[in-house]
Unconditional design. Structure first.
Length: 254
């Protein structure tokens, strides 16, 4: 019987790293989202970890986008991924980061270590439900008591654009995987590991179709939407800050 193809496998071929890097360099909307994500990540550091020594674990670090943003802002930096080709590109960018090629759900080489900041971007949405659960529980085991897990959902089903895209693909029976996740599913995921979402930052309110839209208009819509955390459910790529379950919920999940 043939081995089932998994999300882990999808990142292990030799060209993956170069393809992933090119995607973020050439796609205007992805570059825009990354610019907003950078702002939010730095805001989270200032709000939750200012004045503290930060020990970072960037899970599924890929080509090092998140890690390269943070490595000079933290005391220690560790990145893990299963993709050798993506890590090869990360090694060219990073200078202070410990880079490990591993699947921590099957060989947890980090067991016994603790991190007060764990990031996981563009992972949970795409992973199979079983893999999502295995990873969130493993990451919880590595999270310090006063630490924070920060992750994003880059196809939030509450976003009008994502909802329209999803329905269109289903109606036309377009090939390829197009996973979506709701804010409520994000909440359930972290609760399964004994964590809770403390705060959600909205990212990506206006995804223009394949037409030229003035950047000033996109920025104006984005800046206005991001002023209201209650609108996070309608953003395309919300970012969640999670900690150990002990505080009351501060958002209204969908």
């Amino acid at each position: 019987m043939a081995k089932e193809y998994t999300y882990r496998d999808s990142h292990k071929y030799a060209e993956k790293g170069a393809e992933y890097e090119a995607y973020y360099e050439t796609q205007a909307w992805q570059r825009f989202l990354w610019s907003r994500e950078r702002e939010v990540i730095l805001r989270i550091l200032e709000k939750y970890l200012a004045g503290r020594d930060i020990h970072l674990l960037d899970f599924a670090c890929g080509t090092g986008r998140i890690t390269s943003l943070l490595e000079d802002r933290v005391r220690t930096s560790t990145g893990v991924d299963v993709s050798r080709s993506m890590l090869a590109i990360a090694r060219e960018k990073l200078r202070r980061t410990e880079i490990i090629e591993t699947d921590i759900t099957s060989e947890n080489v980090l067991r016994g270590r603790k991190f007060n900041l764990i990031t996981a971007f563009r992972f949970f949405l795409n992973a199979e439900p079983e893999l999502r659960l295995a990873v969130i529980k493993t990451l919880a085991g590595l999270l310090a008591e006063d630490g924070y897990l920060v992750f994003n959902n880059h196809r939030n089903f509450g976003s009008p654009w994502i909802r329209w895209s999803y329905m269109r693909r289903r109606q036309k029976n377009l090939q390829g995987t197009y996973n979506v996740m709701t804010i409520g599913e994000m909440k359930t995921l972290v609760e399964n590991a004994g964590l809770e979402i403390i705060e959600i930052y909205p990212v990506g309110f206006f995804h223009p179709p394949r037409i030229q839209v003035p950047r000033t208009l996109v920025n104006a819509i984005e800046n206005t939407g991001c002023k209201f955390k209650c609108l996070a459910r309608f953003s395309e790529s919300p970012i969640a800050v999670c900690g150990w379950a002990k505080a009351p919920q501060q958002f209204d999940p969908v």
